[in-house]
Design a protein around this ligand. Structure first.
Ligand SMILES: [Cu+2]
Length: 188
């Protein structure tokens, strides 16, 4: 059981699964348990200028008055996420909001770009039904901290769960989600 789980986690962590993962049963199980399924994952490096330009590609969500919730109504949602700033490293910024709750239609296609802007820590951006490091999840591979000239990033395309409910995005690096690096995805 543990062995099967760890293979599933490995497949999930690599994040290169192409749906349908007909040849990789653990990956399919992973996706089923995570709620989200991964369509593609493309690691990349971005210059500072390209990272700024990428920010402008996000789908404008409706921001709640308390600035804690971003609501999307379309069937395709483009998210651009960054690591938190130096004084709040264990968090994300999405459209400038700290760990916002994302409200997304069931079955929507989520095109997420995560840019690790942290200068000394590896992070990832994963989606699942729980926000514990060992829980099934899909999303980006681990992305090293930025260098002097580039940011490590990954573009992932995910299918949102078809079942309405509460899900999460989070970082699976040990200690990061418990330290605050997570947010809620409300599927409706
Ligand atoms: Cu992290």
């Amino acid at each position: 059981m543990n062995k099967i789980k760890s293979i599933g986690a490995l497949v999930g962590t690599l994040g290169f699964g192409i749906a349908p993962l007909a040849h990789a049963a653990p990956g399919m199980g992973q996706a089923a348990k995570a709620g989200f399924s991964i369509v593609s994952a493309t690691p990349k490096t971005l210059s500072s200028a390209n990272a700024v330009a990428a920010d402008k590609t996000s789908t404008p969500g409706t921001v709640s008055a308390d600035k804690k919730t971003l609501t999307f109504s379309g069937k395709t949602v483009r998210l651009v996420a960054h690591s938190g700033p130096a004084n709040d490293m264990l968090s994300y910024r999405i459209d400038g909001l700290r760990n916002p709750t994302l409200v997304v239609p069931a079955g929507a296609t989520i095109k997420a770009l995560y840019i690790n802007t942290d200068d000394d820590m590896t992070h990832n951006l994963r989606f699942g039904a729980q926000h514990a490091a060992a829980a099934p999840s899909v999303g980006t591979p681990n992305l090293a901290h930025k260098t002097e000239t580039a940011f490590h990033a990954a573009d992932v395309t995910l299918r949102a769960p078809s079942k309405p409910g509460t899900y999460y995005y989070f970082c699976t690096i040990p200690g990061h989600a418990p330290g605050g690096m997570w947010g809620t995805v409300r599927i409706r």
